[in-house]
Ligand binder design. Structure first.
Ligand code: PLP
Length: 478
């Protein structure tokens, strides 16, 4: 008995340790159903604790149904509380492979995140934000305000509908610049664009449906659709974006990133935009427009969203991940109200809502202009990095075109250099970049490309990092 007691972590208060010990003795069958347990005096002596401690533990075990007290006879193990075998830490004899439904996404690679990427001298990665540009003070002030008298209910209640203040801010200060003017019932707040994709796939995709994805394209979207049983139809991308002419008549859904095609950064040409809408109407399919970073445009104004031309067939996705920080986890869908209601219904039975505090804080942060100011400052810095990065890469690859936007450059490697060699050799020199294989339906096609991010590396390090990368590429050509 004492060994069991000694085995219970000493961080717990003494009476909890005694209680846990008794539970274990019952579970393991050392103390059997109906058996009388030693008196509290005896237990206290054996364990070297006070009788009061033992009595508190016994009272709790009686209240919990593990023990039962019989007047003038003692305390007994309660029949119903005993089990023959104790659960083991390893999961015992549960065959988890039988229970767990594995997602069906064979052959699709997974985006990797390098742990502690910021400790590398040249983190030319994608998907991360430069935390130095996050406006801590203004965000904290918005969070503090979100708990003030006027905002407590929006922030802390169990709300089944989205925060209308945030929806109004999106309608007022973000969507009009994309040419989108909608009502409140057209907008749903999500946990990032990723959740929006998952909700859309759950709601719209039936097993065997033909879902068009860009090739190269966003691998996380491919996972989402494939896991719901979609037949993925990769359609090539050229210097005008998605090749709309290559879409087949069987298409039921087309996922596209027209502002800055992921990963090539190409903007879908005006003709192709109109073609896409025409095809969607003629062949009766829906379009998901993932507009994850359109605000990060370094020359002129971003092209209006496709959804501005057809707000019924085109489902628009936005995200705060590239504009503010991915850890904030806020995205949104703009679509027909009947679809928004269906998505909200699904979301309700997964996590109910995006945290109220986050929604209200973001609304206040947008309303007082902090969002626009921080976005402008970050965009100015990214524009400098883009100039430096493209200038440096053009010294070696003068013919490559790098569209002015986004957070990464899509680089075609010279003959002889393969992406996996370049990525590995670069990492050994402290340079982190993403392999092209991640983005193509046929990984072999991707071995001729790498993706070079500039969203989270110090501006002064962009040039030295890329010069070092150019050396690595040259060495890998052999
Ligand atoms: C194509 C694309 N869509 C959406 C997102 C944003 O996803 P989330 O809002 O879930 O962070 C990203 C981020 O990397 C992306 O590359």
């Amino acid at each position: 008995m004492s060994e069991v007691f000694d085995g219970v972590p000493s961080v717990f208060p003494l009476h909890v340790r005694v209680r846990t010990m008794v539970e274990q003795l019952i579970f393991t069958g050392s103390w059997r159903a109906g058996e009388r347990i030693p008196s509290s005096r005896m237990l206290a002596e054996q364990l070297g604790v006070s009788r009061m401690t033992v009595q508190t533990a016994i009272d709790e075990l009686i209240a919990g149904g593990y023990l039962r007290s019989a007047p003038r006879s003692g305390v007994f193990v309660n029949t119903h509380a005993t089990v023959a075998d104790a659960p083991t830490e390893s999961g015992g004899d549960v065959d988890w492979a039988r229970w767990i439904r594995q997602p069906v996404t064979p052959g699709i690679p997974h985006l990797q995140r390098v742990p502690e990427w910021w400790t590398y001298p040249y983190p030319l990665i994608t998907g991360q934000h430069d935390a130095r540009f996050f406006p801590d003070r203004q965000w904290l002030s918005a969070v503090r305000k979100s708990l003030g008298d006027d905002h407590r209910h929006a922030s802390l209640d169990d709300n089944l509908i989205d925060d209308m203040l945030l929806i109004d801010e999106l309608r007022r200060s973000l969507l009009p610049s994309r040419g989108i003017f909608v009502e409140r019932e057209n907008v749903l707040i999500t946990l990032g664009a990723q959740e929006a994709l998952a909700l859309l796939a759950d709601t719209l995709v039936r097993r065997g449906d033909h879902v068009v994805v860009e090739d190269p394209g966003y691998v996380d979207a491919r996972h989402v659709f494939a896991a719901r049983g979609a037949e993925l139809v990769p359609v090539p991308v050229d210097d005008q974006g998605l090749r709309v002419d290559d879409l087949t008549r069987e298409t039921s859904l087309c996922y596209t990133t027209p502002s800055h095609q992921h990963p090539s950064n190409v903007t879908l040409s005006p003709d192709r935009r109109l073609d896409l809408i025409r095809r969607a109407r003629d062949d009766d399919f829906l379009v998901i427009e993932d507009d994850y970073d359109s605000e990060l445009c370094y020359r002129g104004r971003p092209t209006p969203a496709i959804a501005s031309h057809d707000p019924h067939r085109v489902i628009y996705l936005g995200s705060m991940s590239k504009l503010l920080a991915p850890g904030i986890r806020v995205g949104f869908v703009v679509a027909d109200p009947s679809l928004i209601r269906a998505l909200a219904w699904r979301r309700r039975y997964v996590h109910r809502q995006v945290p109220g505090v986050t929604q209200r804080a973001l609304a206040l942060f947008m309303r007082d202009g902090s969002f626009t100011r921080s976005l402008h400052a970050y965009r100015r810095e990214l524009a400098v990095r883009w100039e430096v990065a493209t200038g440096t890469l053009h010294t070696r690859f003068p013919d490559q075109v790098f569209p002015p936007g986004g957070t990464a450059l899509w680089l075609r490697l010279p003959d002889g250099a393969t992406s996996d060699h370049v990525v590995t050799a670069a990492r050994e020199r402290g340079i982190l970049i993403d392999p092209g294989e991640l983005y193509f339906a046929d990984a072999a096609t991707g071995s001729g490309f790498v993706r070079v991010g500039f969203s989270c590396i110090d501006t002064e390090r962009v040039r030295p990092g890329l010069l070092a990368l150019l050396e690595v590429i040259e060495e890998c050509r052999g």
